[in-house]
Design a protein around this ligand. Structure first.
Ligand code: FNR
Length: 372
């Protein structure tokens, strides 16, 4: 169908399923085990309801904000998803270019199918990019990647901490990952002894260090001045540790349900993190010094507004953009971003908020999420 018939982010998934090669669909859509967490990521948002304000002059609304101090047209970013070329020959370049046109931040994955430099070179002057880091067993490799990223102007390092071993994504495991695959990873390098018989994820992840631990954090602070954010925090105690170690933030995420099945949704974790860090360290959120991000299952501006009301600085969106670029390339990603822009305008008006700062905690009822 023509892009004009795509009315929301869900539509991209249905269309992508029809038009994508089976292998790519299996890699993008799959999640761990019985995919319960993947489903919960989205349905958690259904348990939060608005308490809209009326009779506010909403003639003018502005949903731009800042992420790690950088301007963005919406409180969202394109999160890191590996193997862009499985879905479209231009790979992650589609995200870089679409992000530039909408003033959105792109998080470049370690396992991009385009090379890191290609994606940085394709950025417009002043365009902000982050890097998602998988920590290599060989720390010299990691140091090289991190310091190169800093030299190239990357504005934030998101260290993935929820993947000491890749989850079982059985849809993907039933597919074989070919050695000459056009989507083969450009950045990770050292994957000589990969097992290609059980899907894309397993083939590309053998270098990730399961030994990564809290005591490694000072080393990261020594090798780079970039803001450090942990991606994949799933309980308040770990968010507190990250804060106490002087990190810049955490992404409350379960990797799109692709790691531990029955890990809680990021939204649910957000509530306990805000509560406990408030109690234990007197922090108020959203907080510029320690920023909370959420990803997983975000499909509507209303989802984003709920997360912001509950204390998130911004949210990451993954699969919808993968599906959009697989079916329509860069144009699809831009259309997806435009849909979100339109949804922000309407929904801010309808809840009675002129700006992102006006979205306050009292504008949502999150009692359906339960307490901890
Ligand atoms: C991911 N994600 C991910 N995360 C990461 O830290 N490194 C990676 O290489 C990848 N790769 C990846 C591939 C694919 C196909 C998907 C769907 C996801 C996880 C991603 O950053 C994010 O946490 C989720 O995608 C968010 O959930 P939604 O928006 O996809 O529901």
């Amino acid at each position: 169908p023509p892009l004009s018939e795509v009315l929301n982010l869900h539509d991209f998934e249905a269309i992508a399923k029809l038009v994508m090669p089976e292998k790519a669909w299996a890699y993008y859509s799959s999640a761990a085990d019985d995919e319960i967490t993947n489903r919960e990521n989205h349905t958690a948002y259904h348990r939060v309801w608005f308490r809209p304000r009326i009779m506010i002059d909403v003639t003018k609304v502005d949903w731009s904000t800042k992420i790690l101090g950088h301007h963005t047209s919406m409180p969202i970013y394109i999160t890191a998803t590996a193997l862009g070329k499985l879905g479209h020959p231009d790979g992650e370049l589609n995200f870089t270019r679409a992000a530039a046109n909408h003033n959105i931040i792109q998080m470049i994955p370690t396992l991009a199918s385009c090379s890191f430099d290609e994606l940085v070179d394709a950025a417009q002057p002043g365009q902000v990019q982050f890097l998602q880091l998988y920590v290599n067993t060989n720390r010299d490799v990691t140091k090289r990647i991190v310091q190169h990223a800093e030299r190239r102007g990357i504005k934030g390092l998101f260290i993935t901490v929820d993947a000491p071993q890749l989850g079982r994504r059985e849809k993907d495991m039933r597919q074989k990952f070919e050695a000459d695959d056009p989507s083969e990873v450009k950045n990770a390098g050292e994957s000589d002894s990969v097992d290609r018989s059980q899907g894309a994820a397993r083939a590309i992840s053998s270098f990730i260090d399961p030994g990564l631990q809290w005591s490694d954090i000072p080393w990261f602070k020594k090798i780079t001045k970039m803001p450090l954010i942990l991606k994949g925090v799933q309980r308040w105690e770990d968010a507190l540790k990250a804060y106490d170690l002087g990190l810049t933030g955490v992404v409350l995420s379960n990797h799109g349900g692709r790691q531990l099945d029955f890990a809680p949704s990021g939204l649910e974790v957000l509530v306990e993190v805000v509560e406990q860090l408030g109690k234990k360290r007197g922090l108020k959120f959203p907080n510029e010094k320690f920023q909370l991000f959420v990803d997983g299952g975000v499909r509507r501006a209303t989802d984003v507004i709920k997360a912001v009301a509950l204390g998130a600085t911004a949210v990451g969106i993954g699969r919808p953009f993968l599906y959009a670029h697989s079916a329509y390339g860069q144009e699809g990603v831009e259309h997806g971003l435009q849909i979100l822009q339109d949804e922000f305008q309407m929904n801010l008006r309808l809840i009675g908020a002129n700006t992102i700062k006006d979205i306050s905690r009292d504008m949502v009822d999150a009692s359906g999420l339960g307490s901890h």
